[in-house]
Design a protein around this ligand. Structure first.
Ligand code: ZN
Length: 543
């Protein structure tokens, strides 16, 4: 034994010297967190108030101007960029829903993580699948390089869990109704059943209003929306068993982190010789932003709760002695309810003219041209609009001309691009905050899935014509408030720095890959590695 040691020891010393000079040891766990709708604006507004997990991340490597660089700033495309390094034009996830007029069913909309080939699937009641994602995720690449790698994905929404983890993740769990579920036939580990049982008990109890942190007082005032609904002073009180309110509250993020913690412990993630990946989609910020807007007591209470929940989660990882690298970003930004914006100095904030909704526009044009409806199809006033396949060539030309003329004359429309125009453009380059609208639209355009037209509304036009309970404000535009998100990296002993110049969320995957020595061919992605080493030294250099 001694003999063997004496022969091995010099080699070990040599190896550790080489390692010390060339690169620090690799983290044994990457934790990649997406906070749905956590805009650059929210991060900046609340940064000084953070005292928990978000404060810790704010002291790491901070990119305040990360860009979901594409025009279609929705949840599916945004989550698909975060860990693939690929923009929607390459990764195939160009919207939350797109149209497939060749589908045999009446419902021609396809949901981004739906298996529309599965029997009985519809865009609303679907079988979840990864089939539409055209590129591998970081987790799939890690597993291909090191099969012992474990990839676990947990989220408040199915699309977040599926698009962050990718095909072949060991565990993929998302919130559905009253607990976490997975793909059909996926066995439920004991850790998941235990968390679901605990959540069932939480759900069964009433919730008193959450306390209002002192810094939230200034945001706590009522705003009346067009239609009469009031928001701005909510604190997430709910009756026993009210699962709907539980979901649109800080409790959803706490539940997601509870499940992530349970799976981490049960699978001993980050405690082996290789690097594991834990991806977490925290959806409450988005659901609260849609239900109450971004500038009231509701968002303030939510961000304080998120900050505290992340602190507890990181403390758990610290307690396990795991050397983990955290990345936190968002799938898109967000925009407040136009009524509150209008009251607070932004007088041009407005709701979209219902005449611009594809169904309404289709009816108007069909009546004028004496054609059967529909002549146009789409999922909203903003984004992809399709010509009905039932039109012959001459009819399609007439409908196109009428639609283009309506859009171009409408005071709420910033630009409309045709399919031919966008396909003729190269993939955009250069700083993403300097792109024009055409380049942004190109970055989320796919020849097979995108519309015949991409319609972009003017800034501050909310594409919700009438506010409804749970849906008063949104995102999805090509404007900075929806494209700009923070990108934060933290690891124990990683020297922090701040970089305010614009970078892209597609840069995250190659940046994380470089931290664990994983090679991603540059031609396969749109992003680039960001050097996380402060000062001299290059974390992106090949070892
Ligand atoms: Zn989202």
């Amino acid at each position: 034994m001694f003999k063997l040691l004496s022969r091995v020891a010099p080699v070990l010393i040599l190896l550790s010297c080489v390692q010390a000079v060339a690169a620090p040891p690799r983290p044994t766990l990457i934790v990649a967190i997406s906070v749905d709708q956590f805009s650059g604006d929210l991060f900046n507004e609340y940064r000084a108030t953070f005292s928990g997990g978000l404060e810790r991340l704010s002291e790491g490597v901070v990119f305040t101007r990360g860009y979901q660089s594409h025009a279609a700033t929705e949840t599916c495309p945004g989550h698909a960029t975060l860990l693939t390094g690929a923009r929607p034009a390459r990764n195939g996830i160009i919207a939350n829903h797109w149209l497939d007029q060749g589908l045999a069913r009446d419902d021609k909309l396809v949901y981004c993580v739906e298996d529309e080939q599965a029997g009985g699937s519809s865009s609303r009641k679907y079988q979840v699948s990864t089939r539409h994602l055209r590129v591998p995720t970081l987790g799939m690449r890690m597993k291909a390089a090191t099969p012992a790698t474990r990839v676990v994905s947990v989220a408040g929404k199915d699309r977040a869990a599926v698009l962050l983890g990718g095909a072949g993740a060991d565990e993929t769990w998302w919130w559905a109704g009253t607990g976490f579920v997975s793909y059909p036939k996926a066995p439920m580990p004991a850790a998941v059943s235990a968390v679901n049982t605990a959540i069932g008990q939480q759900l069964g109890a009433a919730q008193a209003p959450l306390p209002l942190p002192a810094f939230c007082t200034a945001r706590d005032y009522a705003v009346t929306l067009r239609g009469g609904q009031q928001v701005g002073t909510g604190r997430f009180a709910r009756a026993a068993g009210d699962a709907k309110s539980y979901r649109v509250s800080p409790a959803l993020d706490a539940a997601s982190l509870q499940l992530a913690t349970a799976l981490l412990d049960a699978m001993a993630l980050g405690q082996g010789p290789h690097t594991d990946l834990l991806t977490i989609g925290l959806s409450a910020t988005d659901l609260i932003g849609h239900a109450y807007g971004t500038e009231g007591s509701e968002m303030c209470v939510q961000l304080a709760a998120l900050d505290a929940a992340l602190a507890a989660f990181f403390a758990h990882l610290d307690g396990r002695g795991i050397d983990y690298l955290v990345m936190l970003s968002a799938d898109h930004g967000g925009h407040d309810a136009p009524e509150r914006s209008a009251e607070n100095a932004i007088v041009d904030a407005a709701r979209v003219d219902p005449a611009l909704l594809p169904a309404a526009l289709s009816d108007t044009i069909a009546a004028r041209l004496k054609l059967p409806t529909p002549v146009l199809l789409g999922d909203g006033a903003n984004g992809d609009v399709y010509l009905a396949r039932t039109l012959d060539a001459a009819q399609a030309r007439a409908v196109s001309a009428a639609a283009l003329s309506t859009w171009r004359q409408h005071p709420q429309v910033a630009a409309v691009f045709t399919r031919e125009q966008l396909l003729a453009l190269p993939s955009p380059g250069g700083p993403p905050d300097q792109w024009n609208l055409e380049q942004e639209a190109r970055a989320s355009f796919d020849a097979e899935r995108s519309g015949d037209f991409v319609v972009l509304l003017k800034p501050r036009v909310t594409p919700i014509a009438a506010a409804a309970p749970g849906y008063i404000a949104t995102h999805g535009s090509p404007w900075d408030y929806d494209r700009r998100v923070p990108i934060l990296f933290w690891r124990n002993h990683l020297a922090g720095f701040e970089q305010p110049n614009a970078v892209e969320t597609v840069d995250i995957a190659p940046t994380l890959a470089a931290q664990i020595g994983l090679k991603i061919p540059a031609a396969e992605i749109d992003g680039r590695c960001l050097d996380l080493t402060r000062g001299e030294g290059d974390a992106c250099a090949s070892p």
